[in-house]
Design a protein around this ligand. Structure first.
Ligand SMILES: [Zn+2]
Ligand SMILES: [Zn+2]
Length: 465
């Protein structure tokens, strides 16, 4: 009898996590993430599967990040009809994030079709729509941490806290194969100790095989406490010279961490208490609301702050902006303030009009708190371009740009090695996924140096366990 593990996506690269466990009695998927790439590649890779989605008996969803959950609507469109197991926070967040992703796919197709119609090229269809995303929500089932449940005839699942984003889970799968039981750990994505809102990652014990991420397989982070001190410096400096602090931020987790730090800085008297803060993103406001409703997933200090008062997101001077009209009104207000808006990499969304309005004034500060991918406007700001294009027009970059590198929700290379080496089972092999080639290969090398059998599989490679 055999148990097979196929790495269908998210190998030697970060996006598109998707792995398939095949046993004699069942087939189970781990994640169905969107692959990010150039338009044509994006459509082709995300819409083809190397298995029949209809044959799958269950899916385990580690967390809501789009590179793990974003291709679920396509999978369902292609016939997947089984249960999707996730924590309750992931389930709630999935609705927000997948509907938003559906909206982005629709808008992108609309934009392309406008160009195509001028050139007489046939129209394209979106990868999936908001309606497709809504439909797949019926397959979600909530699972508690540390409770073993049966997800297929011969497979049990237990979730543990990953400490990566709200509701994120590490999985232990116990597979009965004849007289033996194989235990696989899905350690993707692995969080970090001391993040402002979450508990540290839990140890998943007794494993035979481990699949582990390697986003930072060859990099070290600055301590998270530095993120807070760098923020104090950037905010104080800008406010003292009468400028605005513009923070491009991802709606999920990073925005809430930034709000939490600002709230602490005000309590500690390091930032003046009446400074206006605008959270200018309906999606980020909705996500923040999920944090308030799922406090059980937060660390004891944050839960305590909700018990004591209204929690870290309820400062009197935080204004939540949903209406676009109110968002644009901020352009007319010249007083010092903090504006948090998306998209995180400055490719779309309300951050664009804030940048256009503030980028040419040297009093202002653009505070970068997240990863900026190549070829994005955000990356150009980080690289210190003198001129940048926004809405098709050129602007001088006179505002100061500060890059805060200490924020990250991922374990770094030392923490990854440490996690594997502390595993108390009889680990036979470690599969290194979810990292660019150089990061994955380096982690494999370092694990091998410590006597561990490690391997970085390539896309669609299948191994027998
Ligand atoms: Zn993630
Ligand atoms: Zn990820």
């Amino acid at each position: 009898m055999t148990v097979k593990l196929k790495f269908c996506g998210g190998t030697q690269e970060v996006s598109g996590s998707n792995h398939l466990i095949t046993t004699e009695k069942s087939k189970v998927l781990l994640d169905a993430g969107l692959f990010h790439g150039r338009r044509k590649e994006f459509y082709n890779i995300n819409s083809s599967f190397s298995y029949n989605p209809f044959d799958i008996d269950a899916m385990v969803l580690s967390h809501v990040h789009i590179d793990h959950s974003g291709n679920i609507p396509t999978l369902v469109k292609r016939g997947f009809r089984s249960k999707i197991y996730a924590t309750s926070a992931t389930k709630t967040l999935s609705r927000l994030m997948l509907l938003d992703s559906g909206k982005i796919q629709e808008e992108d197709a609309k934009f392309l079709n406008k160009q195509h119609s001028r050139k007489n090229i046939p129209a394209v269809k979106p990868l999936y729509t908001k309606k497709d995303a809504e439909f797949c929500m019926r397959f979600f089932r909530s699972v508690f941490y540390r409770r073993r449940i049966k997800i297929a005839k011969n497979i049990n699942l237990t979730f543990f806290d990953a400490g990566h984003i709200l509701g994120s889970a590490l999985s232990r799968l116990e597979i009965k194969d004849g007289s033996r039981v194989i235990k696989i750990g899905y350690i993707v994505d692995l969080g970090r100790a001391n993040l402002p809102l979450l508990n540290p990652p839990e140890c998943v014990s007794g494993l035979d095989y481990m699949i582990i991420e390697s986003t930072y397989g060859n990099r070290l982070h600055r301590p998270i406490t530095e993120a807070k001190s760098q923020m104090t410096e950037a905010i104080t400096k800008t406010i003292n010279r009468g400028g605005k602090v513009i923070i491009p931020s991802f709606a999920m987790e990073r925005t809430q961490e930034v709000l939490c730090f600002i709230s602490e800085l005000m309590k500690e008297g390091k930032v003046r208490k009446d400074l206006p803060i605008y959270l200018d993103s309906p999606l980020a406001i909705d996500v923040t609301d999920v944090f308030k409703r799922h406090q059980i997933f937060l660390n004891p200090e944050t839960r305590h702050s909700f018990l004591e008062g209204a929690g870290p997101f309820a400062l009197k001077n935080i204004k939540y902006i949903r209406k676009i009209k109110e968002s644009k009104q901020l352009n007319k207000d010249s007083q010092p303030m903090i504006i948090i808006a998306g998209s995180g990499m400055c490719e779309s969304g309300r951050i664009l009009h804030h940048l256009r309005n503030n980028i040419e004034d040297s009093k202002n500060m653009i505070l970068v708190v997240g990863y900026m991918a190549k070829n994005t406007l955000g990356r150009k700001l980080v690289e210190g371009y003198k001129k940048v294009r926004i809405y098709g027009e050129e602007y001088n970059l006179n505002a100061e740009v500060a890059v805060n590198n200490a924020f990250s929700g991922h374990a770094d290379k030392d923490a990854l090695i440490d996690y594997v080496m502390k595993s108390d089972g009889d680990l036979k092999k470690v599969f290194v996924v979810h990292g660019d080639e150089d990061q994955s290969f380096e982690l494999v090398k370092r694990l091998k140096e410590r006597g561990m059998d490690a391997w970085s599989p390539s896309k669609d490679e299948e191994v027998e366990l």
